[in-house]
Design a protein around this ligand. Structure first.
Ligand code: GLN
Length: 521
């Protein structure tokens, strides 16, 4: 069959779950029997999300091939159960960069380089590179955004070239509810559909997000003004379990609607198992990006997908000024602690205090990336007595650089895309807890995103073999660098240099999170 396209645009405001919706549609259509692929288009000028602040933009998701992506690629992986690559994300930055590079190389042969056709051609070329029978394309931002316009234009052209009947356009909007007058207000949605139509795109379906379930009259209004049948208006009220969405879409027959329009026959079978009830455990995620929960998305989802309530993000900065007793007072309500990844000095002393508390009190602790590096620093300072031990990231003149930049990184000056990135193989050592957690596998691929490494060559005395006596850290996995450390004299004290959270999927959460929650009990 020729390729088909489901295009998801957004209206009214951002942050209403377009990414979740797109991931859910992708899963729905996969279940309906198609070879589905996904593309997130980000109209911002950043080349990738790697240089963006998690407080503003949420977590940076890292793919196996070392691409630093928008967090929506995390949703796609978790919902679809398939690993994404750099091809699954296109930013305006990438598009313009390649057009300008081509221009400098003289490849446009003297023509005036313009938004249309040169930029649109580049966008279409990138879309065409993606494999799959059915492509779900999510356009970031909302219609009417200046930088998004060119992508709508490219897709409008693509639909003309390929045939409009191969395209299914879904517009996701928000309908606010006014408490004072007890009514839903559809005007912003009407206007947003009009904006979309001005770009030459008529929607085949309008998905209205709302705080609570909408009434029939309001839905009819959306249908009338949006120019779609009533049963092509899908209301999705707020839910605290986003994994319900594929099931809801299935029960509303969205797969059949899409199939009908695209001339495809769909399977009715639907195999989607996700957690529906959540045990309460108090897990603290000690971090410093507090602007939005999205900053730690994949970690929070990893715990949630195991059937536990999400961890609470605890401000590392707040712990920083507390005395030891006060730290214990704050943390004693928690059954387990995760120390978050991060960059820069702010918050590290608070995280180190949380680690000291967990190590001394036998509280299960999982340190991820920076979290593991700080476990090494805490151990150096408080067990080895190395006063002022630090990472050279935070204190270039430390007398004990237990975490340091490796030679190959030192030459790199630029910040974008220059870290140790993506999936790399490591060896896991028998006799360690990690080895058991990985089910006795001696090799694994894990994803990375960091610059600094454990300086084991310089400080070998901090570590011991699994069967050795003494209170020392055990190196439980290694590549060229230290990949994981643990303590044997503790219920669960494990730090990993890689990011297990990027590998968790619905029904297949990374074993480290499982083991961590089991240790909590
Ligand atoms: N800042 C640390 C490094 O660059 C850790 C990075 C992280 O936690 N992702 O090595």
């Amino acid at each position: 069959m020729g390729k088909r396209y489901v295009i998801v645009t957004g209206g009214v405001l951002s942050g209403i779950g377009k990414g979740i919706f797109s991931a859910s549609v992708a899963r729905l259509m996969k279940e309906a029997g198609f070879d589905v692929n996904v593309l997130k288009i980000d109209p911002y000028l950043n080349v990738d999300a790697g240089t963006m602040n998690p407080n503003q933009h949420g977590e940076v998701f890292v793919t196996n091939d070392g691409y630093e992506a928008d967090l929506d690629l995390g949703h796609y992986e978790r919902f679809l159960g398939v690993d994404m690559t750099r091809k699954n994300n296109m930013t305006a930055g990438q598009v313009y960069l390649s057009v300008i590079e081509r221009e400098r190389e003289g490849k446009y042969l003297g023509s005036t380089v313009q938004m249309v056709p040169h930029v649109t051609e580049e966008i279409k070329r990138r879309i065409e590179e993606l494999e799959g029978e059915l492509l779900v394309i999510e356009i970031g931002g909302t219609v009417g955004d200046i930088e998004g316009q060119i992508f709508l234009e490219a897709i409008r052209e693509l639909a003309l070239e390929k045939g409009r009947n191969r395209f299914f356009f879904v517009h996701v909007t928000y309908v606010p509810y006014l408490r004072t007058t007890n009514e839903f207000k559809t005007k912003p949605t009407q206007q947003s559909v009009q904006l979309l139509m001005r770009s030459g795109i008529t929607p085949d379906m309008i998905v209205v997000r709302s705080e609570k379930e909408m009434d029939a009259v309001s839905l009819k209004k959306v249908a009338l003004f949006g120019g779609v049948d009533l049963d092509s208006v899908v209301n999705l009220p707020d839910t605290d379990n986003v994994y319900q969405i594929p099931e809801i879409l299935h029960s509303l027959g969205v797969h059949r609607k899409i199939g009908e329009k695209l001339g495809l026959s769909v399977n009715e079978s639907f195999n989607w198992v996700y957690p529906k009830s959540f045990k309460k455990r108090n897990v603290a995620l000690v971090g410093k990006y507090l602007g939005t929960d999205d900053a730690y998305k994949s970690i929070l989802e990893s715990i949630f997908l195991l059937g536990y309530e999400k961890p609470r993000v605890i401000d590392a900065d707040m712990l920083e000024d507390l005395e030891k007793g006060e730290v214990a007072e704050v943390l004693k309500e928690f059954d387990g602690i995760i120390v978050a990844p991060g960059f820069g000095k702010r918050g590290i002393e608070g995280k180190i205090k949380a680690i000291e508390y967990a190590r001394e009190n036998g509280v299960p602790l999982l340190g991820i990336c920076l979290g593991m590096q700080l476990m090494i620093i805490e151990f150096a300072r408080n067990v080895m007595g190395y006063e002022g031990a630090n990472s050279t990231e935070f204190d270039p003149g430390t007398p004990y650089p237990v975490i340091d930049m490796m030679e190959e990184q030192k030459k790199i000056m630029k910040l974008g895309g220059t870290m140790r990135l993506g999936a790399q193989e490591m060896e896991i050592f028998p006799g360690t807890k990690l080895y058991r957690i990985y089910g006795g596998k001696a090799k694994a691929f894990e994803r990375h995103r960091h610059r600094y490494e454990v300086n084991v060559e310089k400080f070998p005395e901090m570590f011991k073999e699994p069967d050795q006596e003494g209170y020392r850290l055990i190196i439980s996995a290694k590549s060229k660098f230290v990949e994981a450390v643990e303590l044997d004299d503790h219920p669960f004290f494990i730090g990993v240099q890689f990011h297990p959270e990027y590998r968790s999927k619905v029904g297949d959460v990374h074993p480290l999170f499982k083991a961590f929650m089991e240790a909590i009990g």
